[in-house]
Design a protein around this ligand. Structure first.
Ligand code: ITT
Length: 218
């Protein structure tokens, strides 16, 4: 059984869509390393959680990257949601001429076993996630930092462009009410609709495909 390591039930709901009953929530608040890069945070979290769960785990580290603020809050999104709040993030963005943003997530998988590293490194320089268009060509990434650790970790990235808008909708979680994609906020979408286009849906699709192959030994 695969453990999805998170305290966030919204994430679990979305992952279940892709991984059915193969996944269970492992409510473990792994110590998040201070890093500007979601991949680094997710990879370290996956290692910590694997040791605690003693079985295969995935960790999902996500962030909202607002262009007008050079990618802020990015890896600090959780802290900003807890302190500033979603409504005020909208009000901070409202006066800006450009309200474009991206949601990005990195899913890190660890089961204690080795993986074949894929060549494309995680780009740690662009906080907005736009550079991840390149990573979209690849199904998974393992970077140098990840290989340096004692336990191998495989990373799966997903991102989606959008715009920060006044809050709309009752669904979803976190920043969903203020993140609009193609005229609809994530909070106005069903879980299936959001998964079909979201950062997490894209990363989960890549992971699910790879994981199915790993399970059957392909
Ligand atoms: P875990 O670390 O326990 O998984 P978290 O909620 O802290 O839970 P993140 O650090 O990955 O997870 O999330 C950063 C912030 O972004 C946090 O405030 C989330 O609520 C929010 N967030 C993550 N994914 C989101 C999504 O798909 N839609 C809206 N907000 C999201």
């Amino acid at each position: 059984m695969l453990s999805f390591v998170t305290t966030n039930l919204g994430k679990v709901r979305e992952a279940t869509e892709y991984l059915d009953d193969e996944v269970r929530q492992f409510d473990f608040d792994y110590p998040e390393v201070q890093a500007d890069d979601l991949g680094t945070v997710a990879a370290q979290g996956a290692r910590e959680a694997y040791r605690a769960a003693d079985g295969p785990v995935i960790v999902d580290d996500a962030g909202l990257f607002i262009d007008a603020f050079d990618g802020f809050p990015g890896p600090y999104s959780s802290y900003v949601e807890d302190t500033v709040g979603v409504e005020r993030v909208w009000r901070m963005t409202e006066p800006e001429a450009d309200r474009s943003a991206a949601f990005k997530t990195v899913i890190a998988y660890c089961d204690g076993g080795p993986f074949e590293a894929t060549p494309e490194p995680v780009d740690t320089t662009d906080r907005r996630g736009q550079d991840l268009a390149a990573a979209e060509r690849d199904t998974a990434t393992t970077d140098e930092q990840v290989r340096e650790g004692d336990l191998p970790v495989k990373l799966f990235e997903g991102w989606v462009p959008g715009e920060i808008v006044a809050p709309r909708g009752d669904g979803g979680f976190g920043f969903d009410p203020i993140f609009e994609h193609d005229g609809t906020t994530f909070a106005e979408m069903s879980t299936e609709e959001k998964n079909a286009i979201s950062h997490r849906g894209r990363a989960l699709a890549k992971f699910a495909e790879w994981y199915a192959g790993r399970e059957t030994g392909e």
